[in-house]
Design a protein around this ligand. Structure first.
Ligand code: FES
Ligand code: FES
Length: 239
């Protein structure tokens, strides 16, 4: 079982739906969805009456639909957040954290800039490299691609949770033993991804390891060392 990262292919649409007006099971066509999405995205940026006026030409959003901090989208009243800071609470590495954050802030920025948890690295900042990998409810997540507001109420684990005082976690020690790090920018993300693989299966096969780490890139080419580290862990871990 691999990481839970969205694959690039997941973002592309089926060729049959590109140009047409196909409807999904919700009954909302692609064009309608884009209108709703545009209205929802614009709502936090504009005052209510201005928003209603600017969207008066849209068939799905009218003045009567915009009501303070909610908006009617696809027949449902949904809340609108921001654009200013909101009080948020997080559970990170077993501790509670609070901050006032704008809804646009990513989990990665919240970790690094607000809570001084800088283990997760910002490298591509677009969900491609895995340097920002953290666990959210035990699933690997690109922290650069998840809004902090959506991470509330979840159990967030970062690489900082692994070390116990000055003792390296066995995964970290295995990386040291097998020289699995060079510049180190990818390393925290790989360590977290390795933990996810081993949590799921303490005795992963080579294929399990490759698949589980397929969402993480190393520009220095430490893949062999990482695989050796994982092989060591697979031998020593208890099932
Ligand atoms: S920094 Fe998040 S995937 Fe690259
Ligand atoms: S050790 Fe440099 S990018 Fe992986």
């Amino acid at each position: 079982m691999g990481n839970q990262y969205p694959k690039r292919g997941d973002l592309s649409r089926d060729a049959s739906s590109r140009g047409g007006e196909s409807e999904d099971s919700s009954g909302v066509s692609r064009r309608e969805f884009l209108k709703i999405s545009g209205a929802s995205a614009a709502a936090p940026l504009l005052a209510g009456s201005l928003l209603a006026g600017s969207l008066a030409g849209e068939s799905l959003v009218s003045e009567s639909l915009v009501c303070g901090s909610t908006i009617l989208a696809a027949g449902e009243v949904v809340p609108v957040y921001g654009p200013g800071p909101l009080p948020m609470e997080f559970s990170i590495n077993g501790k509670e954290y609070k901050a006032n954050l704008e809804p646009r802030v990513t989990l990665l920025d919240a970790l690094r800039d607000q809570f001084d948890l800088t283990g997760a690295k910002r490298v591509c900042d677009r969900g491609e490299c895995g340097a920002c990998t953290v666990l959210v409810d035990n699933r690997t997540v690109y922290a650069c691609s998840l809004l902090a507001i959506e991470a509330q109420g979840r159990q967030i684990l970062t690489v900082e949770s692994l070390m116990q005082r000055s003792a390296l976690h066995p995964i970290q020690q295995a990386f040291v033993d097998h020289d699995a790090s060079q510049c180190g920018f990818c390393t925290p993300g790989f360590v977290v991804a390795c933990k996810a693989v081993l949590d799921k299966n303490p005795k992963p096969t080579v294929d399990d390891i490759r698949r589980g780490l397929s969402g993480n890139f190393c520009r220095c080419g430490t893949y062999h060392g990482i695989q050796q580290a994982m092989a060591q862990l697979a031998l020593t871990q208890k099932t």
